[in-house]
Design a binder for this molecule. Structure first.
Ligand code: AR6
Length: 183
């Protein structure tokens, strides 16, 4: 499914984000930034050891990346040019600021990409796997935040791809986007 938020092209698709040929793919990392499971594991496996080496440089041993924050590394052997790593919130019922933190993940990724002159960006559904954020809440929030960024900063990012690993998530996301477009 393809639409536009202001002048930015929005593409929803099912797939493996490691295969996306964009300026930046986003990783749903953890605070240690030493790899993990889910999309994080897939990115490190497909990109090779150069990504971990760069993670150690940007988040040295003894430090950590707080939820909502972002850092950029090489994409190693991936088709993307760089990886933007962010740490999503762990779902704890919704009263622990999870929505603000998840919104920050998206906003900070978009701002970092914009400031680096990156034009095309692909996101996974941050926090909706191991971190347990209910998919529909996370998906709707992500779409609202991205739309607002594109409205306030037109012509900065050319294309945002939202990559869903499974078909059910992709279908649900299309329903959310249709609802948003008819608001
Ligand atoms: N491409 C696109 N999406 C994917 C892929 C892929 N290759 N693999 C999984 N997903 P998760 P989180 C989807 O668990 O919830 C890691 O261990 C998946 O279906 O990867 O933010 C980190 O190191 C789900 O919809 O990230 C952290 O410790 C979405 O990506 C922790 O998990 C996010 O699921 C982060 O948990």
């Amino acid at each position: 499914m393809v639409t536009r938020f202001a002048s930015t092209r929005i593409v929803l698709k099912q797939g493996d984000i490691t295969r996306e040929k964009v300026d930046a793919i986003v990783n749903a990392a953890n605070s240690h930034m030493r790899g993990g499971g889910g999309v994080d594991g897939a990115i490190h496996r497909a990109g090779g050891p150069a990504i971990l080496e760069d993670c150690k440089r940007v988040v040295p041993d003894g430090t950590s990346l707080a939820p909502g924050k972002v850092v950029m590394t090489t994409a190693g052997q991936l088709p993307a040019r760089v990886v933007i790593h962010t740490v999503g919130p762990v779902w704890a019922g919704g009263s622990q600021g999870e929505d603000e933190t998840l919104a920050l993940c998206y906003i900070n990724c978009l701002h970092l990409a914009a400031s680096a002159g990156l034009k095309t960006l692909a996101f996974p559904a941050i926090s909706t796997g191991v971190y347990g954020y209910p998919f529909d809440l996370a998906c709707s929030l992500a779409l609202h935040v991205i739309r607002e960024f594109c409205r306030v900063h037109p012509a900065v990012i050319e294309e945002v791809r939202l990559i869903y690993f499974n078909q059910a998530d992709h279908q649900a996301a299309k329903t959310h986007l249709s609802a948003l477009n008819s608001e």
